[in-house]
Write a protein that binds this ligand. Structure first.
Ligand code: IMP
Length: 509
């Protein structure tokens, strides 16, 4: 299919006009991560000068493509880097200095040696090997109730910061003795835990002492120094110069430590309000929020997921047990051609499952497996299988209530192509009562929620790669309108494939 560039085309112009009044834009995820924020940020970024991260750390994984077509996976540095935009890592970000330097090296390989300006906040908490050990301990203690973290030390980094015992980026430049004192406080606090871990054989090797950790962190100092700044001041100056800034959320509302499904959350602010807390910019600096939501939400790790199609562990194991079905293994054309014109084992599998779904005999596991393979649902940071859920309107209404987005970006809409009847969760019933719009039970009652389904008509045409609203089949357009009406929110962008240009910018409201 001939595709026009969404940036230079009519759609690109529409987007430019739509975003023009909003100088400082916040982009956040509305589900449990992996909504495809990287791609949306990449698209919107063209209309902004500066790109800012305000929370999370190396647990995030955004895949973007540089202008030379090369892939860049960013974990810590804002993904605007791929477009050579000024990058700011706000104070709310949690930093692993070794990974930061590695990411810089990767970026140089993709973008060349002259990178844009990158700022790292002097007061962001810094990862040490002890954070990793504490995380392992916390998951061990939780046992069956473990969170299923990404293992990047996020909980300990944020938690120990709140306990006022975190080493901070700028402190690695202090006199060595002073820095060791700071590390000692953390070490002494955690030592009883480490001893217990040794006794229980959870750790076998030597635990580095404060002098050793100081040496490790200080060995990064020369390379890190040029990037370190008071980023709240940098951002304040940028704002005064009327630079257009894009604030990249990490994770998503369901993983926000306050308004997500606690304790099965990450530890930072994944909601839009986090942009103020994590940057030090005044609240009134933020002009609009774009919330990215996945047509079929996914979740990795543990925690409530009302619209989930299949048992969590089975869905997570599925990718590992059926590697032959996933992209870049034995079905390399699964993505590059068309989501349903794939070849070999995967194609047969998909055809069989779709037939089952359209015959009305499919069970939750069949839906889950079909969409997992079709969407290559594997975590960018961990490679774990992602569990898939049905489109969930009550959850989205809640996410809209907390994030207050001006628009939504609906990603992976093409996944529904060819499904005759699409089950959609339209209500949550708790103890026999339908919950009000935007209302969510506490997480400990979410497993008692009975989802109320409606069957919505689908469309038979494959919309993979379509990038103009006019080219969408009527069935897909009707579906979008129906969804928009239920959500009371404008769907501005609709993803139709993994490629940068596989996107529809909607104008009809
Ligand atoms: P943590 O952020 O590593 O502490 O993990 C806490 C929970 O958030 C776990 O369920 C993770 O799987 C999940 N999580 C963290 N980051 C991401 C992400 O970028 N995408 C999807 N899930 C994530």
């Amino acid at each position: 299919m001939e595709k026009s560039s969404a940036k230079s085309s009519h759609a690109g112009k529409v987007l430019k006009k739509e975003l023009a009044p909003y100088r400082n834009l916040v982009v956040v995820g509305g589900n449990w991560g992996d909504e495809g924020k990287g791609k949306i940020i990449d698209l919107v970024m063209a209309h902004y000068n500066t790109t800012v991260r305000f929370s999370g750390g190396a647990n995030a994984g955004h895949t973007v493509y540089a202008s030379n077509g090369k892939k860049l996976v960013s974990h810590l540095i804002p993904c605007g880097l791929a477009q050579n935009k000024e990058c700011v890592m706000g104070r709310g970000e949690l930093v692993d200095l070794r990974l930061f330097l590695e990411e810089l090296e990767q970026a140089k390989k993709v973008l060349g040696n002259r990178l844009p300006k990158i700022y790292l906040d002097q007061m962001s908490p810094v990862w040490t090997p002890w954070h990793g050990l504490l995380e392992a301990w916390l998951e061990y203690v939780r046992g069956k109730g473990k969170v299923g973290t990404t293992g990047k030390g996020i909980g300990p980094l944020e938690g120990l910061y709140k306990l006022r015992i975190a080493p901070l980026v700028g402190q690695i430049f202090l006199e060595k003795k002073k820095f060791i004192e700071i590390l000692e406080l953390l070490y002494k606090t955690l030592l009883p835990v480490f001893k217990e871990m040794k006794d229980k054989n959870i750790i076998s090797g030597l635990i580095p002492n404060p002098v050793e950790v100081a040496d490790i962190l200080r060995s990064y100092a020369i390379k890190v120094k040029p990037f370190v700044a008071d980023t709240s001041f940098v951002l304040n100056q940028a704002s005064a110069k009327k630079k257009r800034m894009l604030f990249e959320g990490a994770q998503a509302l369901g993983l926000d430590s306050r308004f997500g499904t606690y304790p099965f959350v990450s530890s930072g602010n994944s909601a839009a309000f986090g942009a103020a807390e994590g940057t030090g910019l005044p609240m009134q600096s933020f002009d609009a929020t774009l919330m990215v939501v996945k047509t079929l939400p996914t979740r990795v790790g543990a925690g409530p997921f009302v619209s989930e199609m299949w048992a969590r562990q089975s869905a997570m194991d599925f990718v590992r047990l059926h590697a032959e079905l996933f992209a870049d293994k034995t079905a390399p054309t699964l993505r590059s051609e068309s989501r349903t014109n794939s070849v070999g084992t995967a194609a047969e599998f998909l055809a069989e499952k779709l037939h089952l779904i359209n015959s009305g005999r499919a069970k939750g596991a069949d839906y889950s497996q079909y969409f997992q393979v079709l969407g290559d649902e594997r975590g960018a940071t961990t490679g774990r299988g992602r569990s898939v859920g049905f489109l969930d309107i009550p959850w989205l209404c809640y996410a809209i209530r907390i994030n207050g987005p001006k628009w939504l970006a609906l990603t992976r809409f093409d996944m529904l192509s060819g499904v005759k009847v699409i089950p959609v969760v339209v209500g949550y019933k708790l103890f026999g009562k339908l919950l009000a719009k935007g209302q969510l039970p506490p997480p400990w009652d979410m497993d008692k929620v009975v989802p109320v389904f409606e069957n919505w008509p689908g469309w038979s045409e494959n919309i993979y790669g379509i990038n103009s609203e006019a080219a969408l089949p009527k069935g897909a357009k009707d579906f979008l309108k129906r969804l928009e009406n239920r959500l009371d929110a404008a769907i501005l962008l609709v993803g139709t494939g993994p490629g940068r240009e596989d996107i529809v910018v909607r104008t009809a409201k």
